[in-house]
Design a protein around this ligand. Structure first.
Ligand code: C2E
Ligand code: MG
Ligand code: MG
Ligand code: MG
Length: 289
């Protein structure tokens, strides 16, 4: 066992990693300026309710338009922000934008929800619930319309005591989603610990629904399990009509994916909602009144 633990310390030398090291270092200071300069912004991806095929909300996804590097994907800079503590500022920024956007859309489409990804690093942040509470008050946004998405691996790594802020947020009415469901080591014990109102089935399972019979069975039984626990099920990564059809048939509550809409800037989301509303008869999707 000791030998195994020892072995883990030695990673294979990867020259590509070494070349990336200066960029990783400078990313940190560049993240700070990006927050101020507006290079960091928030994209919104619509959520479709099934079987009504109504757009009922959107997920906020952070974007970094780097002046030289172009679009830097969140999987690259979120871990850096997490390691450095910048994740607090970054999340505050995304939350503020998302709640403001949700409140704005809510004037025309009452009940429109907003989902925000919450890093595991913030679960231990005891102030997070107070901060979110103040934000909801400021924009008069109903707590029930805000969903915080937490990945299963993230929450698993957090001690039970650290989940206290999550429980407080839940008792305020804020909704909690388990993101990328199926990719971590979820157990029933884990499902019981998280006060989740929603689970989001990872796109690796969703996209295999058609190709693989056992994946189909897993998605189907996950939907049934979640429903018996009173949880909603959202499928992510829906790229074709056939998959959407299958998910609707299995009783999946909501879907997201390129078929329904890509993550877009706020203006484009608003424009999209307007055009769906106008072309109601022609469109496959609807938008809530
Ligand atoms: P996630 O929360 O699971 O978000 C879904 C990801 O799948 C997004 O990637 C989205 O653009 C992509 N996606 C959506 N529909 C489709 C589809 O039909 N096909 C394919 N192939 N992909 C699709 P993105 O924006 O690159 O984000 C990656 C991850 O980074 C997110 O996964 C989330 O874990 C994290 N992330 C993004 N924004 C934030 C944020 O503001 N805060 C934190 N803490 N994490 C964030
Ligand atoms: Mg998410
Ligand atoms: Mg996800
Ligand atoms: Mg994912």
């Amino acid at each position: 066992e000791e030998a195994l633990a020892e072995g883990r310390k030695w990673k294979k030398f990867d020259p590509a990693k070494l070349k990336e090291a200066p960029w990783r270092l400078s990313m940190l200071s560049q993240l700070d300026t990006a927050l101020e300069s507006g290079d960091l912004w928030v994209a919104y991806q619509p959520k479709l309710e099934l079987p009504s095929r109504t757009i009922v909300g959107a997920e906020a996804l952070v974007r970094w338009s780097h002046p030289e590097k172009g679009a830097v994907p969140p999987v690259e800079f979120i871990p850096v922000a997490e390691q450095s503590g910048r994740i607090i500022d970054l999340t505050t920024f995304v939350l503020e934008r998302a709640v403001r956007a949700g409140a704005f859309i809510g004037h025309r489409h009452p009940g429109f929800g907003m989902s925000v990804n919450l890093s595991a690093k913030l679960l231990g942040e005891t102030e997070i619930d107070t901060m979110i509470g103040r934000l909801l008050d400021r924009y008069a946004f109903a707590p029930e319309l805000l969903t915080l998405e937490v990945t299963e691996t993230a929450a698993l790594a957090t001690g039970v005591g650290a989940l206290e802020p999550l429980h407080r947020l839940r008792s305020m009415g804020v909704r909690i989603a388990i993101d990328d469901y199926g990719t971590g080591l979820s157990t029933l014990e884990y499902l019981r610990r998280i006060p989740a109102t929603e689970i989001k089935i990872d796109r690796s399972f969703v996209q295999a629904v058609y190709k693989n019979h056992s994946d189909k069975l897993m998605v189907h039984s996950t939907i049934q399990l979640a429903h018996s626990l009173g949880q909603k099920v959202v499928a992510e990564g829906v790229e074709d009509a056939q998959t959407l059809e299958a998910l609707a048939f299995m009783g999946c509550d909501e879907a997201q994916g390129y078929l329904i809409g890509r993550p877009v800037a706020f203006r484009e989301l608003v424009r999209g909602l307007r055009s769906v509303g106008k072309a109601r008869a022609a469109s496959t999707f609807r938008v809530r009144a």
